[in-house]
Design a protein around this ligand. Structure first.
Ligand SMILES: Cc1cc2nc3c(=O)[nH]c(=O)nc-3n(C[C@H](O)[C@H](O)[C@H](O)COP(=O)(O)OP(=O)(O)OC[C@H]3O[C@@H](n4cnc5c(N)ncnc54)[C@H](O)[C@@H]3O)c2cc1C
Length: 325
């Protein structure tokens, strides 16, 4: 049994924790809750999945499906989906959603694993002692005695955290991300929009999804809009009110909405979705230190979805198992 520190309680970190649970695991996250970009946000009576929206039914990560079934985390639904709203292309689409919003998936995996955990703990430094054992540091605390450190956070942040312990000079080409501004909005009265979700609502809004199909208890008409990555890049520091008004005006114009809005808020995801994965560049499934004790993983290794994140963690766990016998 090894002492393993996992930094980041998103889907990648949780996949590693699930697959290495026979070890002594401690998981750290700078946020107050597990899930990372699989995020469900509450405002009074409104609920919004403003990170990952759904799990695709045609992903090939069998273990993630097994975990969802085993812990009863998800539901398969079929919705009217615009494959391209601007070109009026629509279909019936099957998707997997969390039983009570998307964050239900990572939160329940975390609860079932009963991990030793430190939330609100941003790890800012990792050091190695003369016996090859690691310590982690947050602003306030030192956490000692780890044989392995698995860093499961966005690439640039993991590089910054491990740059004194891993040689990055050989990594000539790096993975990259697209940023996304998301906008959450709700109306007291229903707008009777029959399409539930889709792509390309507008040249600046790449995705939209109704939230009432996810949460039975919602009484307001709740929606999430993803601004396109192009728009987000060009308006990365836009004033929030300006962004929200712009997104609202497009939404209301498109669906001819006359109802008064009751809530609107936006969020900027700087590292939203992988643009070029590490595996595409290098054919490798993780980045490691020379002594094979520190590893970097994340969705960025394989792709841009939460199944890629799970897969990246699962793949790395097989290697750690070999190393720790
Ligand atoms: C707007 C948006 C829409 C998306 N839509 C979909 C979708 O519909 N379907 C889909 O499959 N995927 C979607 N994705 C992508 C999916 O959410 C991600 O691929 C996946 O959640 C990434 O998981 P991860 O564990 O690799 O990273 P993250 O979820 O980013 O987890 C990293 C964790 O590390 C923590 N952390 C960071 N730095 C530190 C530190 N120094 N110390 C401690 N903790 C730290 C963070 O708080 C976070 O919890 C979407 C993402 C976004 C942003």
């Amino acid at each position: 049994m090894k002492n393993i520190a996992i930094i980041g309680a998103g889907m990648t970190g949780l996949s590693l924790a699930y697959n290495l649970q026979e070890n002594n695991i401690t998981i750290f996250d700078k946020s107050w809750r597990p899930g990372g970009r699989v995020s469900t946000r509450k405002n009074e009576n409104d609920l919004f999945d403003h990170g990952a929206h759904y799990l695709s039914t045609n992903h090939s990560v069998n273990q993630l499906n097994e975990v969802i079934i085993r812990y009863n985390l998800g539901q398969l639904i079929e919705i009217d989906f615009a494959t391209d709203y601007l070109k009026n292309k629509k279909t019936r689409k099957k998707i997997i959603i969390g039983r009570n919003g998307m964050n239900f998936i990572p939160k329940s995996i975390f609860d079932n694993l009963k991990l030793r955990s430190y939330f609100n703990s941003k790890i800012i430094k990792i050091s190695k002692n003369s016996n090859g054992i690691f310590s982690l540091f947050s602003e306030k605390e030192e956490f000692k005695n780890f044989d392995f450190v698995l860093i499961c956070i966005p690439y640039l942040q993991s590089k910054e955290l491990s740059k004194d312990l891993i040689d990055f000079t050989k990594i000539v080409s790096e993975p990259s991300y697209d940023p996304i501004h998301t906008v959450m909005l709700s109306y007291k009265d229903t707008n009777n929009i029959n399409i539930r979700a889709g792509l390309n609502l507008h040249e600046d809004i790449s995705f939209f999804m109704n939230q009432n199909i996810k949460f039975n208890e919602l009484t307001n008409d709740c929606w999430v809009l993803n601004m396109s990555s192009e728009y987000t890049k060009n308006n990365i520091d836009i004033d929030k009110t300006t962004l929200e008004k712009y997104a609202q005006s497009i939404f209301e114009k498109t669906f001819d909405i006359k109802n008064k809005i009751s809530f609107i808020k936006s969020h900027r995801w700087l590292y939203a979705q992988t643009k070029v994965s590490y595996n595409t560049i290098s054919k490798k499934n993780w980045i490691n230190s020379k002594d094979n004790k520190i590893f970097l993983s994340g969705d960025w290794v394989l792709g841009k979805s939460l199944s890629d994140a799970w897969n990246a963690g699962e793949k790395l766990s097989h290697y750690i198992k070999i190393l720790s016998v």
